[in-house]
Design a protein around this ligand. Structure first.
Ligand code: HEM
Length: 420
């Protein structure tokens, strides 16, 4: 049932087939219905925006609010960032649910603590974590790269950066595992995991207030702007959004990125040759290209029209939800030459994988650091890494916002036990 080429029939969205490869359906929408109203699996109706120019415009349009109170169906409107458990009111006041001036104030405060310099200083630690995780499976000759590598790396990295003591980080790994496993599916243990994590973060904030360090939570507490500080609730919500905006996204960057490289041997060989020559240029453009080609965030988080407006020739009513499909925009042939081709050296690559406008990803420097370190180390230490599963059998997690593999089985020549 491939409706992707039939101009009269919109493709079926949100099926398993679509989850495996949504790009043909997005190509159809871009061409025939670029701003398309659809019923989501939750039953809520929303507009999907699939062309690059419209997507960029929508992401920067202040008439599209992030505040769920603007939804025409407020009962459905809470919890639309794909972050499990965020329905809890205490965690709702985070950057992705608010507009200026509140957003401006909070973003300015967090930016004082979460600086590019802090991220750059963190590079040796990310390398150490990456090597330690690869040590865990390098001598086995096989691994599930999601479970053993892509999943733990970002959670340990962000815990370290926030200042969660090493002995508590496995709790975070468990809680995060609960949330990601249930993302988009049954919500069994999620509420409990969120509750525990929030309680832990509140307690940690208390501790850091009396005993500050040079970690990010202490930085958030210290940050002030014209004498203003984050309230306790805001600090907890901020720590929570940093964990969650920075966690599953990075898992997917490493997972989707490795998967794409394993399926494109020429591009992967090109990257390996460049790394072996001690260059970093192709690694940097390559990670950007992987974000464009099969990025972690398929749809930007929810936006709501605060007044009637026209987008891509389509009238949108006040209160209508608008979902910008980053994955579709980033394959738009009107913006990118040969958009379905992976070209690690691609120039002129202003992709929307990190969003655009005032909500542009705050964690992009950290994501780049983790993505580049993870991929370079993996391909250097395990040079003959190969896929150990039929691509058709791989399963993708079913959430609306994120795009990522459940498992990524690989095989490789084992490292000798002494690391040789
Ligand atoms: C926002 C992507 C990693 C923190 C966003 C947005 C995107 C995005 C698309 C905008 C969403 C929207 O406008 O609806 C990604 C990708 C990542 C990544 C692809 C990994 C490859 C991280 C990391 C952190 C982080 C590591 C922090 C530790 C944030 C925050 C926001 C955000 C706080 C909200 C910013 C605001 O509303 O002002 N990210 N992200 N992200 N991201 Fe990331």
């Amino acid at each position: 049932m491939n409706a992707a080429n039939d101009p009269a029939t919109p493709p079926e969205l949100f099926t398993w087939e679509f989850a495996t490869d949504p790009y043909p359906a997005y190509a159809w929408l871009r061409e025939h219905a670029p701003v398309h109203r659809t019923r989501l699996p939750s039953g809520v109706e929303a507009w999907l925006v699939t062309r690059y120019a419209d997507a960029r415009q929508a992401l920067a349009d202040q008439r599209l609010s992030k505040n769920p109170a603007h939804h025409d169906e407020p009962a459905h409107a809470r919890g639309k960032t794909g972050i499990p458990g965020e329905r809890k009111a205490e965690l709702m006041t985070h950057l992705l649910n608010i507009d200026p001036p509140d957003h401006t104030r909070l973003r300015r405060l967090v930016s004082k603590a979460f600086t590019p310099r802090r991220v750059a200083e963190f590079a040796p630690r990310v390398q150490e974590l990456t090597d330690r995780l690869i040590d865990g499976f390098a001598t086995k000759g096989e691994a599930d790269l999601i479970h053993e590598f892509a999943f733990p790396l970002p959670i340990y990295a962000i815990c370290d950066m926030l200042g969660v003591p090493a002995e508590d980080q496995d709790d975070f790994r468990d809680w995060a595992g609960q949330m990601i496993r249930h993302g988009g599916g049954p919500r069994g243990g999620v509420a409990r995991a969120v509750k525990r994590m929030r309680a832990y973060l509140v307690e940690l904030i208390h501790r850091k207030r009396s005993d500050p360090g040079d970690d990010l939570i202490s930085g958030l507490i210290r940050a002030s702007d014209h004498g203003e500080h984050l309230t306790e609730n805001e600090a907890a919500a901020m720590a929570f959004i940093l964990l969650f905006a920075g966690f599953e996204t990075t898992v997917n960057l490493i997972g989707n990125g490795t998967y794409a490289l394993l399926r494109e041997p020429a591009e992967r060989a090109r990257l390996q040759a460049s790394l072996a020559a001690g260059e970093t240029g192709l690694l940097a453009t390559g990670v950007e290209e992987l974000l464009r080609y099969d990025g972690p965030v398929e749809l930007a988080t929810w936006r709501y029209a605060t007044e009637p407006l026209t987008l891509g020739g389509q009238r949108i009513e006040r209160g209508d939800p608008v979902l910008v499909v980053l994955a579709a925009a980033d394959r738009d042939p009107a913006r990118f030459a040969e958009p379905d081709v992976l070209d690690l050296g691609r120039r002129d690559n202003q992709h929307l994988g990190y969003g655009h406008g005032i909500h542009y990803c705050l964690g992009a420097p950290l994501a780049r650091l983790e993505g580049q370190t993870a991929l370079a180390t993996l391909l250097t230490r395990l040079p003959d890494l190969r896929l150990a599963a039929d691509p058709a059998e791989l399963r993708w997690r079913g959430g609306l916002i994120m795009r990522g593999l459940r498992t990524l089985p690989v095989a490789f020549t084992p490292e000798k036990a002494d690391g040789a």
